[in-house]
Design a protein around this ligand. Structure first.
Ligand SMILES: NC(=O)c1ccc[n+]([C@@H]2O[C@H](COP(=O)([O-])OP(=O)(O)OC[C@H]3O[C@@H](n4cnc5c(N)ncnc54)[C@H](OP(=O)(O)O)[C@@H]3O)[C@@H](O)[C@H]2O)c1
Length: 276
């Protein structure tokens, strides 16, 4: 089993340098897929209220022989529950659905700025942490101005910001803004789901030069940036393959070539995207 390096965030929080995406892993098959990932070595599991699989992921955590304290169960609060009282209820519901006795990490899924309630939601997360429902709190898809608002309001900095990161969307400025605030960056869709990224000639050529798969090359690229990628796979062989990326060292020329794949405007705009 590969050993996954750890990154250090706010308040000394230690987070694995890679995690499992679980979107679409549901029901008994979802439990089995999450269990095989834990067996392969994944310790950070990314679910969400809106994925309808908090129970499946929680079941795999509860049934695993890996000690509970070695696993990070991470979920996300949906936009329709941003109002302070609703946010508290939703976090309690996430905890109930997980079947666990605590959540390790809760993120606000999207800022939904048109609703204008993400600052209330953040206060509810801060209180849930104080009350012991959750150990760490963070955000997802938060632009720098959203981070500044919640940090300014509460004095509490999110441990991480989960955003779209892959070579079409390298997010240089956004990642730098996270880092300036002491916020780790988690990367979603690191394999470029719903794009042709794994078939890009630059990606397949550099992968072949390192004798690794395109997926491994993309994950090594995320890791080289200090981003925590969250590859999703339901397939045990791919789950293991996706963990075997920490010995891949990209040259400056290769990084430069991959930087050339950036497409301005890739991904949904958090100022207008509504995730309810
Ligand atoms: N915060 C947010 O707003 C947000 C948004 C999107 C996603 N996320 C999170 O990020 C996670 C990952 O993103 P994603 O699910 O969008 O996409 P992804 O991880 O970029 O891609 C997943 C796709 O790649 C395939 N795949 C996995 N490993 C592979 C390999 N080694 N070779 C070839 N294909 C491979 C998977 O197929 P198989 O499963 O069949 O192997 C699946 O079709 C999600 O599951 C979710 O946890 C968060």
């Amino acid at each position: 089993m590969s050993s996954i390096p750890l990154l250090t965030g706010q308040d000394g929080a230690r987070l694995p340098a890679i995690g499992l995406g679980t979107y679409d892993l549901r029901g008994a098959a979802g439990v089995a897929a999450t269990a095989s990932a834990i067996d392969a070595g994944y310790r950070l599991l990314d679910t969400a209220f809106n994925y309808d699989n908090e129970g499946a992921v929680g079941r795999a955590v509860a049934e695993s022989s890996v000690p509970r304290e070695s696993l990070i169960y991470s979920t996300k609060l949906p936009g329709r529950y941003h109002r302070h009282d609703l946010a508290r209820h939703a976090i309690e519901e996430s905890l109930f659905r997980s079947g666990l006795d605590r959540l390790d990490l809760v993120l606000i899924h999207w800022p939904n700025p048109r609703l204008g309630l993400y600052a209330e939601a953040w206060k509810a997360l801060v209180e849930a942490r104080e009350d012991g429902l959750v150990s760490m709190i963070g955000v997802s898809n938060f632009l720098p101005e959203h981070l500044d608002r919640i940090i300014g309001d509460t004095g509490v900095t999110p441990v991480l910001n989960q955003i779209l990161v892959h070579p079409y969307a390298p997010q240089d400025a956004w990642r730098a803004a996270n880092a300036e605030r002491g916020v780790l960056t988690e990367g979603y869709s690191p394999l470029g789901k719903d794009t042709d990224l794994v078939r890009e000639p630059a990606v397949t050529r550099i992968a072949a030069a390192h004798e690794v798969s395109a997926a491994q090359l993309l994950l090594a690229w995320s890791v080289s940036l200090g981003v925590i990628p969250l590859p999703k796979s339901a397939t045990p062989a791919r789950q293991a393959e996706n963990l075997d990326v920490f010995d891949i060292e990209l040259t400056d020329d290769e990084l430069g070539e991959l930087a050339g794949l950036a497409r301005p405007g890739e991904g949904a705009d958090p100022m207008t995207h509504e995730e309810l």
